[in-house]
Design a protein around this ligand. Structure first.
Ligand code: DX5
Ligand code: ZN
Length: 223
């Protein structure tokens, strides 16, 4: 795989101080957050409610860190495009919620964004290999989506390994991303399985210095 990407999740940030919290993971050039992971939840696809397009627009205006929007929402076929049009770098939708994931990827690309497909821990990868040919990122969930601070589910690493080998053999062209329970204790096993991009919420924002926490995670997985 390529040089690792670290994507702090603002789900664990102080939402009353979002601009400061985003600035806190910027770090030194090339050492801070590569992507800013933004968890959009609608209280229907997952049992939690976070933020939506108005907050994403404000984030886009306040930072030059590329936004990685993770939409844990129903009917992404209707709503995802707005996040792409607003200027998000990558927009990830859940395969369990998407009606027509191939069309959705094409629409995201037409709006100028990368397209990501997320799979929950119990969702198999095999049925979606052809769909994934249309996507730029695969987000393997390593907790049940909905909340930060949960325990890492190592069983999902089999799907990471399968995706890694399809990328390495040229069958797919994807950034393999993992989300949930990534911290100093779990990140190395995820890297060994073939993850390219590591989302970390509580491990970054519970730290006294979030930018240093990002650097620490990066140091654990860079070659
Ligand atoms: C959970 C979200 C994650 C969350 C991860 O549904 O998708 O991005 O922020 O939080 P940690 O890193 O604390 O598990
Ligand atoms: Zn997420």
């Amino acid at each position: 795989s390529n040089q690792p990407l670290i994507a702090p999740s603002i789900l664990s940030a102080d939402f009353a101080r979002l601009a400061d919290e985003v600035a806190a993971v910027k770090g030194q050039p090339g050492r801070g957050a590569d992507w800013l992971h933004v968890d959009v939840m609608d209280a229907h696809f997952v049992p939690n409610l976070t933020l939506g397009l108005p907050v994403v627009r404000s984030l886009l205006a306040t930072t030059d860190i590329p936004l990685d929007c993770h939409l844990m929402i129903e009917n992404p076929d209707r709503w995802a495009i707005g996040y792409a049009e607003a200027g998000s770098y990558n927009v990830t939708v859940h395969v369990e919620a998407a009606g027509d994931p191939v069309m959705l990827a094409k629409n995201l690309h037409a709006a100028g964004a990368k397209a990501g497909l997320a799979i929950k821990p119990d969702t198999p990868l095999d049925p979606y290999v052809d769909v994934l040919k249309h996507y730029d990122t695969l987000l393997v969930m390593s907790v049940e989506p909905g909340f930060g601070g949960q325990k890492f589910l190592a069983g999902v690493l089999d799907k990471v390994r399968a995706a890694r080998s399809m990328v390495d053999t040229g069958h797919l062209n994807l950034v393999v991303e993992i989300d949930g329970g990534i911290n100093a204790e779990t990140i190395e096993q995820a890297a060994e399985a073939g993850v390219d991009c590591f989302v970390a919420g509580s491990a970054v924002y519970a730290a006294d210095d979030p930018a240093r926490a990002v650097e620490g995670l990066r140091r654990q997985v860079e070659a």
